[in-house]
Design a binder for this molecule. Structure first.
Ligand SMILES: [Zn+2]
Length: 381
């Protein structure tokens, strides 16, 4: 008995010792999806608010932790009007456009640490026509020109270092779409390479001028496992790139899949939405836009090998008309978050019309291991 007591005590001491040394860690990146949405929490006011959506139980809560806050700009909610954001672990950076104390329109860059609830305003920029986007661990500040050959020096600021006082100047003044080693890929509209309004790709390592990628007409790039993927006129193409040396294409382009609307990679597989074209089922008539509404992707998510072979339907979302928005960036751990559409009433000149909203029905959470899904109606009626 004494021995047993002794053992028990030692065990208790050991357990306590462990508890004081090891801080409990919650991996929230596997559990939450962040999104901006218009939700009315106050007296009829609506603001674009940052929310987090729990993919395990479907609950959606404003990121603002104040239970008494109306979450509107008028009420001074520090999370209202969030435009663009990026998440790394339990830190979220976002920007808001608002009027400061002097009545000037400004963009503020904020950082919120969810674990300790600390919100900081990192920088305030006067509204000078620049756009601010978070990507690849940086804040990119750039100017949009109609003619891509009108170049502008822009800046990028490392989110890790938060060096707002000494930003790194970059050329060209654009935001990249993909990163391959030290090389960034961009897409641009213009007449530089081909006929008017053509889209073309270019790349740069930011130490030299940017170069046009031959025969790549796209604004949509993804780098995965040695290949640069891009959608050109609805077809998903890929080219292998030399990540170690230059990041530039090293072989001929190959077709992966035709009529692709959105895609992403998970667990060495390509997941995608395929446009059904003229075969798409008509689901009704949008009175507001006066046009037919079609189930464009047939409520199907496909899965294939990264080269497009062995394609088959992975999930069929019966009754839910899925939208292509969010498919390429809405992976949370082993789950995928997809928006679906619904019918809503819309007003014009005092009249009410039945209109299709392609993303406002709610969110589907798809299990990427077995294809099962759950639907959550999280938006306002
Ligand atoms: Zn609030």
């Amino acid at each position: 008995m004494k021995k047993l007591l002794c053992l028990l005590m030692i065990t208790v001491i050991l357990l306590c010792g462990c508890n004081t040394r090891v801080k409990p860690q919650i991996d929230i990146s596997e559990k939450y999806y962040y999104l901006t949405s218009h939700v009315d929490y106050g007296r009829g006011s609506t603001a674009t608010l940052l929310h987090r959506f729990n993919v395990e139980n479907g609950s959606m809560t404003p990121l603002c932790p104040d239970p008494l806050c109306e979450h509107s700009e008028e009420a001074g909610c520090p999370f209202a009007g969030a435009l663009n954001y990026t998440v790394d672990g339990d830190t979220i950076w976002f920007n808001r456009v608002l009027y400061n104390r002097d009545g000037e329109r400004v963009t503020v860059i904020c950082r919120y640490d969810i674990a300790d609830g600390k919100l900081r305003v990192l920088q305030e920029y006067k509204d000078d026509g620049y756009t601010y986007v978070f990507k690849f661990g940086y804040l990119w500040k750039y100017f949009t020109h109609e003619n891509p050959t009108d170049k502008d020096i822009s800046v990028r600021i490392s989110l890790e270092e938060e060096n707002f006082d000494d930003p790194e100047e970059i050329d060209p003044g654009k935001i990249p779409f993909a990163q391959v080693g030290d090389v960034y890929y961009y897409g641009a509209f213009g007449t530089y390479h081909s006929p008017a309004t053509e889209v073309y790709a270019m790349y740069t390592d930011l130490t030299d001028e940017w170069l046009v990628a031959d025969d790549m007409f796209s604004m949509n790039f993804t780098y995965y496992d040695g290949f640069l993927y891009y959608i050109q006129e609805g077809t998903l193409m890929r080219v292998s790139v030399d990540e170690e040396i230059t990041g530039i294409p090293v072989n001929t382009k190959e077709t992966v899949k035709k009529a692709i609307a959105a895609y992403f990679f998970y667990d060495n597989s390509l997941f995608y939405l395929q446009s059904e074209g003229d075969d798409a089922e008509v689901i009704g008539w949008d009175e507001f836009l006066e046009e037919e509404v079609k189930n464009t992707y047939g409520g199907k998510i496909w899965r294939a090998n990264p080269d497009g072979s062995k394609a088959k339907v992975f999930t069929e979302t019966d009754g839910y008309v899925i939208s292509k928005s969010m498919l390429s960036n809405a992976q949370v751990g082993n789950r995928l978050v997809v928006r679906y559409g619904c019918w809503k009433e819309k007003q014009r000149d005092g009249q009410t019309f039945r209109a299709w909203r392609s993303t406002e029905g709610g969110l589907l959470v798809v299990d990427l291991n077995d294809g099962s899904y759950r639907a959550y109606q999280v938006f306002d009626e």
